[in-house]
Design a protein. Structure first.
Length: 198
């Protein structure tokens, strides 16, 4: 692909797409602006019009990852289905994201703890938890979920589905299909959240 074939703004998107592929294949150590330029068939200087260095590419990837995750979670939370169905689907949405973009998810969590995160990153990194807590609070009002701090309950729910995906990505589920494990985890989680008598 020649540099001139990119429309204005498309090179940035192409760089990020290729960077995520490299991240999945080789990790952060395999990522460089020069390598991205080579892979996309553009001049070595072309990526620097969008990113000053490798860290800037990683920062943009992390922002796009949290933005995508948050949009997926909000779409589920705001759907017209009953609240209990939305809670289960919220867990499924997280598992799908974590499996589809596992290398990026790892980088997203690493970025939260490296140095001082920007205000934008801090906000984006908490948004999915806030969405889950909002949905749990709605379920409590409807009598579906038992009492408790919605944020704490959301943290436990996130740790359940995130832990499952870590095991799946690490190949530690043995012969258990990840879909089956995810459904079982969500069933156990929902049973724990349900209000007594339901």
């Amino acid at each position: 692909m020649v540099e001139g074939s990119y429309h204005h703004g498309n090179l940035r998107a192409a760089l990020l797409e290729r960077a995520e592929e490299v991240l999945a294949q080789s990790g952060v150590v395999g990522l460089s602006l020069r390598g991205l330029a080579r892979d996309l068939g553009v001049s070595h200087a072309a990526p620097t019009r969008h990113f000053r260095d490798r860290q800037a590419v990683l920062d943009a990837l992390v922002i796009s990852g949290f933005t995508d995750l948050n949009e997926r979670m909000r779409a589920v939370a705001d759907a017209p289905e009953p609240v209990e169905a939305r809670l289960t689907e919220l867990g499924r949405a997280y598992v799908r994201f974590a499996l589809d973009r596992s290398a990026l998810l790892e980088q997203m969590f690493a970025a939260k703890h490296e140095g001082e995160p920007t205000e934008e990153l801090r906000g984006l990194s908490h948004e999915s938890l806030e969405t889950a807590a909002r949905l749990i609070a709605e379920a409590q009002r409807d009598g579906v979920v038992g009492p408790g701090d919605p944020v704490r309950l959301a943290q436990v729910a996130f740790s359940t589905v995130h832990g499952l995906t870590v095991l799946a990505v690490g190949g530690m589920l043995d012969d258990t299909p990840v879909e089956e494990a995810a459904e079982l985890a969500l069933e156990v989680l929902m049973n724990g959240l349900r209000a007594q008598g339901r």
